[in-house]
Design a protein around this ligand. Sequence first.
Ligand SMILES: Cc1cc2nc3c(=O)[nH]c(=O)nc-3n(C[C@H](O)[C@H](O)[C@H](O)COP(=O)(O)OP(=O)(O)OC[C@H]3O[C@@H](n4cnc5c(N)ncnc54)[C@H](O)[C@@H]3O)c2cc1C
Length: 323
Amino acid sequence: MRTATLGPAERAEALAAMAERELDVLVVGAGVVGAGTALDAVTRGLSTGIVEARDWASGTSSRSSKLIHGGLRYLEMLDFALVREALKERGLLLERLAPHLVKPVPFLYPLQHKGWERFYAGSGVALYDAMSLSSGHGRGLPVHRHLSRKGALRVAPCLRKDALVGALQYYDAQMDDARFVTTLVRTAASYGAKAASRARVTGFLREGERVVGARVQDVEAGAAYEIRAKQIVNATGVWTDDTQALIGERGQFHVRASKGIHLVVPKDRIHSTTGLILRTEKSVLFVIPWGRHWIVGTTDTDWDLDKAHPPPPAPTSTTSWST
Ligand SMILES: Cc1cc2nc3c(=O)[nH]c(=O)nc-3n(C[C@H](O)[C@H](O)[C@H](O)COP(=O)(O)OP(=O)(O)OC[C@H]3O[C@@H](n4cnc5c(N)ncnc54)[C@H](O)[C@@H]3O)c2cc1C
């Protein structure tokens, strides 16, 4: 395997090569799902292409809360299988797959009730850590600890004294989401996948009932290509319905777009050495350390306007926080 470059020359070569010979798999959309699919396909020995309408990870995959988490709150919903799988993946990313991109991040969970809450939440994080360790890939993170009110205020002096009776601190992981996707695409290209950004699918080629290829517009140079493939993967995230509509049929899936807002706050405005996880009416709110900033979020509301550029609402709107 040689390390691939994703430059203009490689992009032009990739578009020409995809148009020349039928691929086994063409992936449409290069967010984390498309990039991961392309890497999976090419490392199985399949001839693979991936086209992205804008830049790598320019959709949701560069606008996440940047957490690689095992889904602690899914434990409360008793979805053990999901948590087990997510913790295993978290461990693999931390230890083996991308230790240069995925880092541990501490979270403080303030306790508001004496007694039962420490037992309830403490059992949850203990189980979370135990499941992580038993996945065989959990050693990359410190285990949780119990803190008194004084101890909690020492690590997070920003908290109001009367807002907590104590706290738990546990670890999850975070990554640079856009860089992570770009690395996936580049790794796929290193294994021989053909990858072109600024290449939008504008229609599909059909033979009878079968979709046998895609029409791709080179958004940079204006040229149009027909790329044929035995299988086409629609990995266009919130654009899934638009992509399905290009086939002229109602697809199997309907994706409901929702919008999540993060507040980005300079580091010195919140006096804390740890991230925070706080309960909200509907879900949880994260305060996540991110370089010289904190990311605070996120909201979760339906969105049916421009998917490429969801702006924040007018200041008068009400928001509900969750992630
Ligand atoms: C606010 C928020 C916070 C989140 N936080 C986290 C988190 O902390 N951790 C976590 O694991 N997950 C998080 N998620 C979930 C995660 O971000 C998404 O599940 C993931 O990014 C979806 O990736 P995707 O590849 O399906 O979609 P996208 O990243 O949106 O990729 C779809 C791509 O398809 C392209 N495309 C569309 N139409 C075409 C076309 N016609 N031709 C070619 N390309 C096309 C788009 O340009 C886009 O790049 C969060 C989600 C939100 C909304």
